[in-house]
Design a protein around this ligand. Structure first.
Ligand SMILES: Nc1ncnc2c1ncn2[C@@H]1O[C@H](COP(=O)(O)OP(=O)(O)OP(=O)(O)O)[C@@H](O)[C@H]1O
Ligand SMILES: [Mg+2]
Length: 246
């Protein structure tokens, strides 16, 4: 399918441009991409090409200067806040996208125990109201092969790889429809990287989660994704199906 495909896309960015105000830099220039339900889409490009900017806009953490972002049938406005006073459907759609970043330790609050941090991603969901938090957290940690006792630990008491697995546990505990991974394995050594990739593959198979998977490494991105966008200088330069993997 070409760039016009994906009629009922789960995530769609259309004509998105972003100029950083202070530097005046045009980081994204008329970018249109989409991710179908359950699809694993890669985004690959050199350093500074706009990948993280695009991720932040998709997540609603940054506002675009032009263009539209729709996720799960709901238009996303930037600002990074869970929309208050909106309908439950809007809030649920917002929580249906979760993120895993490059630096796992920095994505945790240093003074919050892991158990509370992992549950943070789920506590707003209606189906977890009155749920047994300790059991849910233990199951989420065990699913990423961390001992349940780690719920009592602080992020700095974990290794980088363990911390990244905890970040994945936090991201998937609420069964998101889309997982946005921005260089999620780049900071890890090769064996830990392989384990985390296997874990993400299992999340995809078992939960049907779609991915927007950002990375540098063609073998890694190509090995995981069904379809890949290349980005350069803030513009999408190419779209590849899995059979044309680089
Ligand atoms: N907050 C900001 N203010 C001004 N310029 C920014 C800001 N964040 C990023 N940029 C610039 O926007 C461009 C795109 O940055 P971005 O972080 O999106 O790139 P990237 O593709 O994720 O790179 P990397 O692979 O190194 O993570 C770069 O030139 C960067 O210097
Ligand atoms: Mg980046």
């Amino acid at each position: 399918m070409g760039p016009e495909g994906g009629g009922d896309a789960l995530l769609r960015l259309e004509g998105v441009s972003k100029r950083y105000r202070r530097s005046g830099l045009l980081a994204l220039d008329d970018v249109s991409i989409w991710v179908g339900a359950g699809e694993r889409v890669g985004l690959m490009g050199p350093s500074g090409s706009g990948k993280s900017t695009l991720a932040c806009i998709a997540a609603g953490l940054l506002s675009p200067n032009a263009g539209h972002v729709r996720f799960d049938g709901v238009e996303r406005s930037g600002g990074g806040r869970l929309p208050r006073g909106r309908s439950a459907a809007v809030r649920r759609a917002w929580l249906g996208m979760q993120m895993v970043f490059q630096d796992p330790e920095a994505s945790f609050i240093p003074t919050m125990r892991l158990g509370d941090a992992v549950f943070e991603g789920a506590r707003y969901l209606p189906r977890f109201k009155g749920a047994d938090k300790d059991r849910l957290v233990r199951e989420a940690l065990e699913a990423v092969e961390l001992p349940g006792s780690y719920a009592e630990r602080f992020p700095y008491e974990l290794s980088g790889g363990e911390c990244q697995r905890a970040a994945i546990a936090r991201a998937v505990i609420g069964r998101p429809k889309l997982l946005l991974c921005d260089e999620a394995t780049s900071a890890l050594d090769v064996t830990v990287q392989a384990k985390v990739m296997a874990l993400l593959g299992r999340v995809h198979r078992e939960l049907g989660t779609a991915f927007l998977f950002i990375g540098h490494n063609p073998a890694l991105v190509g090995g995981f994704c069904d379809r890949i966008y290349r980005i350069g200088g803030g513009r999408i330069t190419e779209e590849l199906e899995a059979c044309e993997r680089p």
